[in-house]
Design a protein around this ligand. Sequence first.
Ligand code: FES
Length: 264
Amino acid sequence: MADTVADLSGEEREKRIAELKAKMQSAAKKARPEPSSEPKRAAAQPAAAVQPAAERAVVQKTAGQAAAVRNNGAASNGGTAGLAQPVAATVAAFVEESPEEKAHKEMSRREFLTYGWGGVLGLVTLQSGVGLFQFMMPRFKAGEFGGVFFIGPETTLPDTAASPQPVTGGKFWLVNTEEEGPVALYMVCTHLGCLYKWEQANNRFECPCHGSKFTREGYFIEGPAPRSLDKFAISIENGEVAVNTGKRVPGSPAGDSPARVIPA
Ligand code: FES
């Protein structure tokens, strides 16, 4: 058999050339895309159809994963919230902070702690200052219960035989006595805290609650009261009689009272 066309005879060579031509035309026809149908199909199909095979595979895989996540979220939470949480967690896991961001956050935390401690220290200092100021300053003004009441010069005091004078603002009875001078008797009964009254007819104090009785000077006479009437401290300041309602002096025990009536 001849190796090349040139070795063939004239008729055989023509025949062989015709066969080769036919083969080449057939191969060229197969290799060439159809001019009419291919563009239309490409235009009609979505973008996924013209993507390379590898890209289509990635898109299909991603879509499959998203569908799986969506199905899991819907099954566990029963709504779209189930989809958002896993997606957010996945995104957060892959977002890493830069060193600058980390340093910035660290500074903010440090600043917050510094300012916080500064604020606490300031509050403690302020509170201590207020407490010291209140301790140094008198708690009550003159003329209000708990403070000092200025009665006036001694010459203006009531007579030693006069009835006790109530000073309701200071919660005391002012009594001028021959033996002790002026006394200020706390208006509250030493038994259970009722307000006793001055009974002019009997010339003594009597408690309406349980019947305790006291002399004009405040000494216990009889009744359930455990002691004589309490008194406020009295002094002379700048020529004036001053009653300090912040200093209460408890009465002596009932058994020590010189006016005590011993039951028969
Ligand atoms: Fe005054 Fe009881 S309260 S006698």
